[in-house]
Design a protein around this ligand. Structure first.
Ligand code: DX5
Ligand code: ZN
Length: 223
């Protein structure tokens, strides 16, 4: 599969979200950051907003749950119309049964790892997931700097996916800009979340095009 750019609306105008999503027609998915003030010290939106947004746009919604107890709450986001629902490994009680439940409802299932979380326990579970999100900043806020120390983990997961012949998307999230996206592409990412790099510009669609070019320049031909 090719490169996917999934802009995060975290830094968009929350008073005009439907219009903001209309400014990024070339996005492959729209990344929606759900935060609960418990798993991370920030609070954003919930399933009611996700449902409203899914009615307001044809764009697939890529939900990133930064919440406690996703076992209880994540299925509601799949039911609200999300194309994919990614929960944090650190918060999940039964990640495999939760992933199966999300897939049953019809969403792609994703698992996210914070920068300090080891990927080893999850490598055997890869067939249960459609995407793995390697956080490249501490979750909670947009506009932070990319943490390059997360790249060896991304490479390990990318190798495991390739060796197993799986079609699991590898997503990076946090501090992705035209300067850092190549580092992540080089390490094996194929799905790139970018918040401030897209919505910080006057013309978000142009920012998406530059990010796509920068990622393509660093993607290995065999991937
Ligand atoms: C951070 C969120 C990100 C955030 C990225 O916790 O998960 O999706 O919006 O923002 P930037 O691209 O500005 O780092
Ligand atoms: Zn995110």
């Amino acid at each position: 599969m090719g490169i996917q750019i999934t802009p995060s609306i975290l830094n968009a105008d929350f008073g005009n979200l439907a219009a903001e999503v209309g400014r990024i027609p070339s996005a492959d998915m729209v990344h929606v950051d759900v935060m609960d003030n418990h798993f991370v010290p920030n609070l954003t939106l919930g399933p009611t907003m996700v449902e409203a947004l899914s009615r307001a746009t044809d764009q697939p919604l890529d939900i990133h749950l930064m919440i406690d107890d996703p076992d209880r709450w994540a299925p509601g986001y799949a039911e609200a119309g999300a194309a994919s629902v990614t929960f944090h490994a650190e918060a999940a009680g039964e990640p495999v049964s939760l992933a199966r439940r999300l897939r049953e409802i019809g969403a792609r299932a994703g698992i996210a790892l914070k920068p300090g979380t080891d990927a080893t326990p999850y490598l055997d579970l890869l067939p249960e997931f459609d995407q793995v999100l390697i956080m490249t900043v501490e979750p909670g806020f947009g506009g932070q700097s990319f943490i390059p120390e997360t790249m060896p983990k991304l490479r390990r997961v990318a190798d495991a996916v390739r060796n197993a012949g799986l079609d699991v998307w590898l997503q990076v999230d946090g501090g992705i800009t035209a300067d850092t996206i190549g580092i992540a592409a080089e390490a094996g990412a194929n799905t790139f979340v970018a918040g401030s790099a897209v919505f910080g510009g006057e013309v978000p669609a142009e920012r998406i095009a530059s990010l796509r070019d920068a990622a393509s320049a660093h993607t290995h031909a065999h991937r």
